[in-house]
Design a protein around this ligand. Sequence first.
Ligand code: ADP
Ligand code: AMP
Length: 220
Amino acid sequence: MPKKPIFLIFLGPPMSGKGTQAARLSRLLGIPQVSSGDLFRDNIKNQTSLGREAKAYMDRGDLVPDEITIGMVAERLSRPDCADGALLDGFPRTIPQAEELDRILEELGASLSGVLAVNVPEEVLVERASGRRICPVCGRTYHLTFNPPEQGSICDVDGGELYQRDDDLPETVRQRLAVYQEQTSPLVSFYRDRGLLREINGDQPIDDVAKDISGVVMSL
Ligand code: ADP
Ligand code: AMP
């Protein structure tokens, strides 16, 4: 019998560690991490019209409108490398996105396997933001204190010079946290009501969070 694809959502506020954990689980399970934020940043880098449209919202710390976001993610999920599933990082972020995701998966003959809600207290999120650094070449995420590169400020994998995201500056981070509370946090009860939510304590060392996530994923 063919294996059922695994579609998992990483749900949590900015800085909760969704990207860090999705990248690890992706290597473990051999299914792609689909990060809507990375897709937008790729579009900005490649100067596409979608990237130009999204940038103004991202710079303010606001959500990019659903019409733009949903089409971009639907296209990504329809590619052959998602045939065995995908780890959704940062999508959905609104109820309409969640409803559309159900339809997208149905069209692919799949369904959601589960939603990992990564919980971290707000004061910890703010502290994490100031130290986050990204590799411009491979997109890998580091933290100056909690997950530093082996040498200086260059990527362990490809030697890329790490940079700080424009939207990780304190004022934008505060706006992103407010937007999460207002527009994304309703998804917690949306998925709890459907019996899909699994709560993860994200306020632990990265390896411990990863172990908890593996345990939950094995039990799905
Ligand atoms: P998100 O994708 O949810 O915005 P990231 O995975 O980019 O979050 O993590 C935000 C920052 O916090 C990064 O600098 C990352 O290295 C760091 N980080 C991730 N998980 C932990 C953790 N469990 N403890 C401490 N720092 C973490
Ligand atoms: P992230 O990389 O997940 O922190 O996302 C960075 C920014 O991209 C967010 O602050 C939003 O402006 C935009 N973005 C990412 N994912 C979405 C989404 N699902 N819906 C709307 N905007 C998004």
